[in-house]
Design a binder for this molecule. Structure first.
Ligand SMILES: [Zn+2]
Length: 289
């Protein structure tokens, strides 16, 4: 009897883990819609904030970098035998609009942000924008790029976090004042199609181990770094799979942010443990006083 229960339990666990596996890794129809292939429509908006406003020459510079990042991605796609084009003029009356939002902080309510943008453009909401432009949202690919006139860390949202619209938020400069260039833009656009960050940052995405492995295997990945050896930068194997340019390989699993969560938590606990040990002598000194 106990043996039977164990057998049923084992079967159940196996079934559940298989469901998880297929959801994460096989190219579903959603994945096909997401893949960075075929024609991609873009909507680029420039956002003035309370901190600063866009000058015409600046808009020209960033839009030029944006087009360069698209050319770079097209070249990369060719290297992977994929066809990729960008349609930048479909939303011609809205494209390159300058809108004002007091602030565009990181990790704000994105759906709210999208609807606010659409209202600023003169639509009722996002659905109205889609309908008014006769855009086939289900079958065509649309990515929105926001160029924000303030300093912060550029980032992107994709289908997995926002069902409505894939949004890349490009700040004109990084937190430390570094100018945002075509490689940062390409990095964020890759995120829009599901690419993972492959660099190490405490408490996020990659573990020390997996980030070291990424550095060894893909030293020129644009998902690791966008600043050094720019001429050498490329779309690595893991990213190529993520964006639908190549097949999945088992070796990629180690970079899965969801699977890394537990290990990252472990690393965090360990570093906290070290921190407590390190502060002990100070406490002793205080007690002596
Ligand atoms: Zn990133």
């Amino acid at each position: 009897m106990i043996h039977m229960v164990k057998l049923v339990l084992f079967g159940l666990i196996l079934m559940i883990s298989m469901i998880g596996h297929s959801q994460s890794f096989t190219n579903s129809s959603i994945k096909e819609y997401l893949s960075m292939t075929g024609e991609v429509h873009t909507l680029a908006l420039f956002i003035d904030t309370q901190y600063d406003s866009w000058e015409d020459e600046e808009i020209d510079y960033y839009y030029d970098q944006f087009e360069k990042s698209q050319d770079w991605l097209i070249d990369q796609a060719e290297d992977w035998n994929q066809s990729l084009t960008f349609e930048n003029d479909y939303f011609i009356s809205d494209n390159k609009s300058i809108l004002y939002l007091k602030d565009v902080p990181r990790r704000k309510n994105v759906n709210y942000l999208i609807n606010t943008l659409m209202e600023e453009l003169g639509y009722n909401d996002f659905d109205d924008f889609i309908d008014s432009n006769n855009f086939d949202f289900e079958n065509e690919k649309l990515k929105c790029i926001l160029f924000v006139k303030s300093n912060n860390r550029s980032h992107a949202y994709n289908y997995w976090s926002v069902k409505k619209l894939d949004l890349a938020i490009i700040y004109c400069k990084s937190t430390y004042g570094m100018l945002t260039d075509q490689y940062v833009m390409a990095h964020e656009m890759l995120h829009q199609f599901g690419a993972w960050d492959l660099y190490y940052e405490r408490g996020k995405v990659q573990t020390k181990e997996s980030s070291t492995l990424a550095m060894e295997n893909y030293p020129h990945s644009v998902m690791i770094n966008t600043k050094k050896n720019k001429e050498m930068l490329a779309v690595d194997e893991v990213t190529a799979w993520r964006i639908g340019w190549s097949e999945f390989e088992d070796a990629f699993t180690v970079f899965d942010p969801k699977k890394n969560k537990e290990k990252i938590e472990q690393e965090r606990k360990e570093s906290k443990g070290n921190a407590i040990k390190f502060t002990l002598p100070t406490t002793t000194v205080k007690e002596e006083k």
